[in-house]
Write a new protein. Structure first.
Length: 304
């Protein structure tokens, strides 16, 4: 019988190889788990790579305190279902003890504050390799990443110091204090992610699928009304209304926009994704619109 490796099969095999390479080469790996679709796929691949044992490394969630409640519920359900060890870094706790200062503007995003909390958690755990679900098609700064992305002793990223990765050979050497961010899904696209979710029946937070929600428009984006984001009084065009929406990416409620959609299944989302010409971050993340180099600036500071 002839076995033909499909496109998704090839991507999965590469990702499994990368996960196993990390488990073999590093002493204290961990997986960053946001509860989003990419980290859900990454967790699923990691479970396959480590089978028949359970995932042997912890999952880290940086909790901004401004998360969608559906995402936190999903995170906790996955931790219980897969019997994971969860490490939570709380941005709110770092604010409360004065380590970081929140912007005084009501509804300001905490995305940039995540960097301090993430680096603190990584230092406390002495992790030497951290899996992330970043993909090269998401944003131009992420397109510069290697699969094994070296970070210096301050957790910072320098694109000029990245190493070549020829023939799927990875240089994992690092000095004390340095660590790697590892991106097994680098060569996947948003469409690949959804096709894999459909084929593997991977559960996701409900907000990825069409639902009715009260939203308002700001800078051309649909933001959800809630405890952390609300229309500004007296600002024309920010009147709340109900719409059928879904989310293409997940971050803070304060900066993650919904898109109008009736797609309620992976198959319907695949059809929408195949037709769109806008990346999910470009269409849905207000924090990436601060400047042309917003994501790269955060990555240099230690963000994923």
């Amino acid at each position: 019988m002839t076995y033909r490796l499909t496109h998704l099969g090839a991507l999965e095999s590469e990702a499994i190889h990368i996960v196993r390479e990390v488990v073999a080469e590093f002493e204290r790996p961990a997986l960053l788990f946001s509860g989003g679709k990419d980290s859900a796929v990454l967790l699923h691949v990691a479970a396959k790579a480590c089978w028949p044992q359970k995932i042997p490394f912890p999952v880290i969630h940086v909790d901004t305190g401004h998360n969608f409640p559906e995402v936190i519920s999903y995170r906790d359900a996955e931790v219980e279902r897969r019997e994971l060890r969860l490490v939570v870094g709380s941005v709110q706790e770092d604010i409360d003890r004065g380590a970081i200062v929140e912007h005084p503007t009501p509804g300001a995003t905490r995305n940039r504050l995540q960097t301090y909390t993430l680096l603190r958690v990584l230092e406390e755990g002495d992790y030497d390799a951290v899996f992330g679900g970043g993909r090269r098609d998401e944003e131009k700064a992420r397109a510069k990443e290697r699969i094994f992305s070296l970070r210096d002793e301050f957790g910072q990223w320098d694109p000029r110091s990245q190493r070549p990765e020829l023939w799927n050979l990875y240089n994992t050497r690092h000095r004390p204090g340095e660590h790697f961010r590892v991106f097994p899904l680098s060569n996947w696209t948003e469409l690949d992610i959804w096709q894999y979710i459909e084929s593997e029946a991977i559960p996701l937070p409900a907000i990825y699928f069409s639902h009715r929600r009260e939203v308002f428009r700001r800078n051309g984006m649909l933001l959800a009304t809630g405890p952390f984001s609300a229309p500004r009084e007296g600002v024309s065009g920010e009147e709340p209304f109900h719409a059928s929406v879904r989310y293409r990416t997940i971050g803070d409620m304060t900066c993650t926009a919904a898109v109008e959609s009736m797609a309620s299944s992976p198959a319907e989302i695949i059809a929408e994704t195949a037709a769109t010409r806008t990346s999910e971050r470009g269409a849905s993340r207000a924090d990436d619109l601060v400047s042309e180099a917003a994501m790269e600036d955060r990555k240099r500071e230690g963000y994923f």
